[in-house]
Ligand binder design. Structure first.
Ligand code: PMP
Length: 359
């Protein structure tokens, strides 16, 4: 069967050269005589893999020495609990609410501390990012939490709130590695791997040193950042194969020219799709233009029947997983790093044809 263009929001498409390299090394990895999946996480071969993954991620994201890189499990959703458990001091946290994931993060924090909503875009169904210009974070907040890119609604921050000395904690699950970011503006950046990093099962946490080692005493060992930091992510068995594959993805991005280059490609791809939406009399974007995501592009026809027809016919020509989030409807094209520009061009061509055929 021919490979399709997979526009899924995650688990998402992976770069083809990465999959091909993994295929070559699947049964026997280099001189190990066995698959990466079969080797001890304490073996020399795997030690080299995890060290290389960290080195490459540090290089890609320009991560300063006073930040730790942790390769964890439990998905971004586990971070929703680890953050309050580890950052608890005054028992208060500020949130900016931009959709389902920030709501979920806040609900989990609320189990441990008082939460305060600094701003929310709920009034317009999360179709924009609240202005952060005039936001005043609470002086006694233990952290300020934001979702950098909203996977479901297709919005992203172009400006960060000024948090002064309060740690800014960001869920970067659906935008990590899509563009350069200034790590020093954040206390913690975390992301589930299954969009821009690699296969599901790995969660990357980039955390400033001083935020480690202060967990609430009742924190489960596995939920304490100190546990994983002290053990260099090898306290217990990490998701070894996902780490190996993530490293191949890091090497792939470095080979393309790093995050600056990746960002240029992403801007070009997103422009093709947004231009098609803006020039169409059938398809409409659902998000305020200035807050549009480069990674997740939601659009609608205005008719549920036409949306379903579009999704069905797209599938027949190899454009899959373009259906909007189950509670939202419409379409959503996730165009992460690994989505080739040809996939976006095919989608746009199909949109034009569909519009012609359904006049
Ligand atoms: N945050 C964001 C922004 C997401 O898009 C997702 C998953 N789509 C999650 C959190 C939850 O991630 P996980 O499934 O890794 O727990």
């Amino acid at each position: 069967m021919k490979k399709v263009y997979n526009f899924s929001a995650g688990p998402a498409c992976l770069p083809e050269p990465v999959l091909e390299k993994a295929q070559k090394e699947l049964v026997i990895y280099k001189n190990a005589g066995m698959s990466v999946m079969e080797m001890s996480h304490r073996s020399n071969d795997f030690t080299k893999i995890i060290e290389s993954a960290e080195t490459n991620l540090r290089k890609l994201m320009n991560i300063p020495d006073n930040y730790k890189v942790l390769f964890l499990q439990g998905g971004a959703s586990s971070q929703f609990s680890m953050i309050p458990l580890n950052l608890y001091k005054n028992g208060k946290a500020d949130f900016i609410i931009t959709g389902q994931w920030s709501n979920k993060a806040m609900a989990e924090s609320k189990k441990y501390l008082d939460v305060n909503v600094l701003a929310s875009s709920e009034d317009e169904s999360y179709t924009y990012i609240p202005s952060v210009e005039d936001i005043k974070v609470s002086e006694d907040a233990d952290y300020v939490h934001i979702t950098l890119n909203n996977t479901i609604f297709g919005t992203k921050y172009n400006k960060l709130p000024n948090c002064k000395n309060i740690p800014l904690v960001a869920d970067a699950s659906s935008c990590i590695l899509s563009e350069p970011i200034d790590i020093e503006k954040f206390g913690i950046i975390y992301a589930g791997a299954q969009k821009n990093i690699g296969p599901a099962g790995l969660t990357v946490v980039i955390i400033r040193d001083d935020l480690i080692g202060n967990a609430k005493p009742e924190t489960p060992t596995m939920f304490n950042y100190e546990t994983h930091s002290k053990a260099n992510s090898l306290y217990n068995t990490p998701p070894t194969y996902s780490i190996y594959l993530a490293n191949l993805v890091f090497e792939w991005i470095l080979g393309l020219g790093g995050l600056q280059k990746m960002n240029e490609i992403n801007i070009e791809k997103a422009k093709i799709l947004y231009d098609a939406i803006d020039n169409s009399s059938l398809f409409k974007g659902t998000v305020l233009k200035k807050d549009r995501s480069l990674m997740n592009v939601p659009f609608i026809t205005g008719s549920e029947d036409l949306d379903s027809k579009f999704i069905e016919e797209a599938k027949q020509i190899g454009i899959t997983n373009i259906k909007g989030y189950r509670t939202i409807g419409g379409m959503r094209a996730s165009i992460y790093n690994a989505m080739p520009i040809e996939g976006v061009k095919l989608l746009v061509e199909f949109m034009k044809k569909f519009e012609e055929d359904n006049k």
